[in-house]
Design a protein around this ligand. Structure first.
Ligand code: ZN
Length: 304
C-alpha cells in the first residue's frame, strides 16, 4: 500500500503563515480522499502535487504559491479553458455536457438584446461545436476514445511525494489511456527553448503529463498503459490528429520528465510549506502586478 510517510517527513517543517500551518496539520493526518467534487479544490492541492501545479511552479514559484494560497488570481480570459472543458464534457456524457452548459451559461451565451432576447452561443463555442463534430465523425477517434472510463481519478507517489491525476478516457483492459487536447494549430512551431522538439505537445509539457499519468495508473490499477493524445484544433475547419509516445525521442523525453520531477519537487514542497521563499520569475503577470523597483539594470543587460 502506498503511504505518504516520506512525503510527510519532507513536507511538514516549520511554517510561516496560518495557511501554511494548517497545511502542516492537514499533512500530518491521512491525505484526503479525492472525489470528483474536491479534485480541483485548492485544499487537495496542498496534499497532492498535480501536473498543472508542477508546471505552475516550474514557470514561476511566486505566482504558483500566490495562486495556491488564493492570494491572487490571474486576470486573463478563461475562454480557452472553457472551450477545452466544453469539448471534454461532450465526450464524457450527455449529462456532463448539459451540466457544464448550465453552470457556465453566463460565459457561453451572449447578453440578451431587443433583437436577440435569448442571447446566442458565443463564436468560440460555435467553433467548439465544430471541433466536437470533427472528432465525432472520425472512426479512429470513436474506436479508441469512446469505450474508455471517463475522468478517472488516479493517485500515487513519485519518489515519496503524493500525486493526483485525472484521466480523460481510460481503457484498462486494452492497456491504454487517451487525453483530449484542444489546440490553436497542431502544426504551429513553438519557441520554448527548454524543449528539444518545438511542437505543442513538448511546449506544453504534455509528455510530462503522460509520463505522470502512466505512473499513477500503474500504481492505482497495477496496469501499464500506453498514452495516446487526440488533438483537435480551433481552426476553421478544425484539424485533428492522434499521437503516441513510442519513438526513441518520446520515450527518452518521458523518462527525462520523471527525472526532472524527482529533482524539482522537493524544492517546490519546501516553498509550499514556507521552508524556503519562492523565487519570482520577474516577467509573468503576477510578477508584473506586484513589482517594485529597487535598483538600476545596465541597458545592455536587460533579459530578452
Ligand atoms: Zn513570475
Amino acid at each position: 500500500m502506498a503511504t505518504a510517510t516520506k512525503a510527510k517527513k519532507k513536507q511538514v517543517k516549520k511554517s510561516q503563515t496560518d495557511k501554511q500551518n494548517s497545511l502542516a496539520e492537514e499533512q500530518s493526518s491521512q491525505p484526503m480522499k479525492l472525489t470528483a467534487d474536491n479534485y480541483y479544490s485548492h485544499e487537495t492541492s496542498w496534499q497532492y502535487m498535480s501536473v498543472s501545479l508542477f508546471k505552475d511552479f516550474e514557470k514561476c514559484e511566486a505566482r504558483a504559491l500566490a495562486k495556491l494560497k488564493e492570494d491572487w488570481k490571474p486576470a486573463s480570459s478563461s475562454v480557452p479553458l472553457l472551450v477545452g472543458n466544453y469539448v471534454h464534457s461532450y465526450f464524457e456524457s450527455a449529462k456532463s455536457h448539459q451540466d457544464f452548459i448550465e453552470e457556465n451559461k453566463k460565459e457561453l451565451i451572449t447578453k440578451p438584446t431587443k433583437n436577440d432576447p435569448n442571447g446566442h452561443l458565443r463564436a468560440e463555442f460555435k467553433s467548439a461545436n465544430s471541433m466536437i463534430q470533427t472528432l465525432q465523425a472520425d472512426d479512429m477517434f470513436n474506436y479508441f476514445y469512446a469505450p474508455g472510463d471517463k475522468e478517472v481519478i488516479v493517485t500515487g507517489e513519485i519518489d515519496g511525494y503524493l500525486w493526483k491525476g485525472k484521466i480523460d478516457s481510460l481503457v484498462l483492459d486494452k492497456g491504454y489511456f487517451c487525453d483530449l487536447k484542444t489546440v490553436d494549430d497542431i502544426h504551429e512551431r513553438h519557441f520554448n527553448t527548454d524543449v528539444a522538439v518545438p511542437n505543442f505537445i513538448y511546449d506544453r509539457e504534455y509528455d510530462l503529463q503522460m509520463a505522470v499519468y502512466q505512473e499513477l495508473i500503474k500504481q492505482t490499477f497495477g496496469v501499464f498503459c500506453k498514452p495516446y493524445i487526440f488533438a483537435v484544433s480551433k481552426q476553421t475547419p478544425p484539424d485533428h490528429d492522434a499521437f503516441k509516445f513510442e519513438g526513441m525521442t518520446d520515450k527518452y523525453a518521458m523518462q527525462d520528465d520523471i527525472r526532472k520531477i524527482k529533482e524539482l519537487q522537493p524544492h517546490f514542497w519546501k516553498v509550499m510549506t514556507g521552508e524556503v521563499a519562492p523565487i519570482s520569475c520577474g516577467k509573468c503577470d503576477y510578477c508584473r502586478e506586484t513589482k517594485t523597483l529597487s535598483s538600476f539594470t545596465n541597458a545592455s543587460e536587460i533579459e530578452v
